[in-house]
Design a protein around this ligand. Structure first.
Ligand code: PHE
Length: 345
């Protein structure tokens, strides 16, 4: 019976092979060679039909017991190898190695600046308000004294959703919503996202603004100046110079733009003899628009004629760029952690 002898010889051979297998891969190679579909046992069994039918059961039984024995040997060796590898891993682990610092997230500069500005105005008695980014034309334009023919309403500038629904182009509609919801006196700041059909090096389709509104009785331009001067010095430092330059907005009258002495060149117009790129040598940079609320806006929200107040609006990215000396607006939206990580608290 050479088939039985052949099967018997497999077990000691496997035992020897297993001793020399030191990896799980080598083990698997041996297993396929022995028990696989084209393995040693399968090849011996292929000769079964050449035997007398009476001899076949005995050889079949032998093959099964050899298979079982082989399986048991493989399992035992596998457990042994796994244990060995665990021990090696433990030995390689160095409990005295210094730890790796955990990754810590940081607040986005937009968030930092928004929080700082809101905190300053809260200190001056303002509360924080908000409004929707999807706005109706009436609040974004009409109630703010921006007539239908006004160029700001052009499809070129505004992202419309329907004829009368749009992405707000500024935070000023929160002025309207605030006044419709409350009686004077009131003072709010409203931070949020605004949208414009604009995209180049210095404009992004979405950016952030902070609106301010104070309405009451006997509020004058002097209050506007005092409030915004205090705000500017709180953000940019006590030495910052402030100037109010006449301007125009449909919803304020009179209107002004506020310039501060350039925080990059210290108002000198030059840095190390080179022309300052931020203020273009003028020594001044614009940071916000403001004015006394136009009576047409009070009329639109049903306020009495004897109220008075001021409003202002500023770009958060712009303030952040000036405050931190960030040269490129795109940095705010690229989410590069090498940039964002520099604002760790
Ligand atoms: N809404 C104006 C803008 O986006 C800014 C502004 C707000 C001006 C309030 C005056 C008063 O440019």
């Amino acid at each position: 019976m050479d088939l039985i002898a052949a099967l018997d010889s497999l077990v000691p051979e496997l035992e020897k092979g297993l001793e020399q297998a030191h990896t799980l891969d080598a083990l698997e190679g041996l297993r396929v060679d022995m028990l696989g579909r084209k393995g040693r046992i399968a090849r011996i069994m292929a000769a079964l039909p050449t035997l007398e039918p009476s001899e076949r059961p005995q050889v079949g039984q032998k093959a099964n017991s050899v298979k079982e024995r082989c399986n048991a040997l493989f399992d035992a060796r596998k457990a042994e190898l796994e244990r060995e590898q665990e021990e090696i891993a433990l030995r390689l682990f160095d409990p005295t190695a210094p730890g790796r610092a955990p990754w810590r997230g940081t607040l986005h500069p937009d968030t930092l600046v928004t929080e700082e500005i809101c905190r300053i105005f809260q200190g001056l008695g303002f509360t924080v308000a908000s409004g929707p980014e999807v706005e109706i034309d009436h609040y974004n334009f009409e109630a703010l004294n921006i007539p239908p023919e006004h160029p700001a309403r052009d499809m070129q500038d505004t992202l419309y959703i329907t004829e009368s629904v749009l992405m707000r182009t500024h935070t000023s509609p929160v002025q309207v919503r605030t006044m419709l919801a409350a009686k004077p006196p009131l003072a709010v700041v409203a931070p949020g996202k605004v949208y414009r059909r604009d995209s180049d090096l210095t404009h992004t389709p979405m950016f952030h603004q902070i609106e301010g509104l104070m309405v009451g009785y006997g509020i004058s331009m002097a209050h506007l100046r005092g409030t915004l001067t205090a705000f500017v010095r709180a953000v940019f430092g006590l030495g910052t110079k402030v100037r109010f330059r006449p301007s125009f907005f449909p919803f304020t009258e009179p209107s002004a733009e506020v310039d501060i002495s350039c925080c990059i060149c210290g108002g000198q117009g030059h840095v190390d003899g080179q022309p300052c790129r931020v203020c273009k040598t003028t020594g001044w940079v614009e940071i916000l628009g403001c004015g006394m609320v136009d009576p047409a806006v009070y009329a639109a929200v049903g306020y009495p004629e004897d109220v008075s107040g001021f409003a202002f609006g500023m770009g958060v990215e712009r303030v952040a760029m000036l405050k931190y000396g960030i040269g490129d607006l795109r940095m705010f939206f690229e989410n590069d952690v090498r940039f964002l990580g520099q604002f760790a608290g």
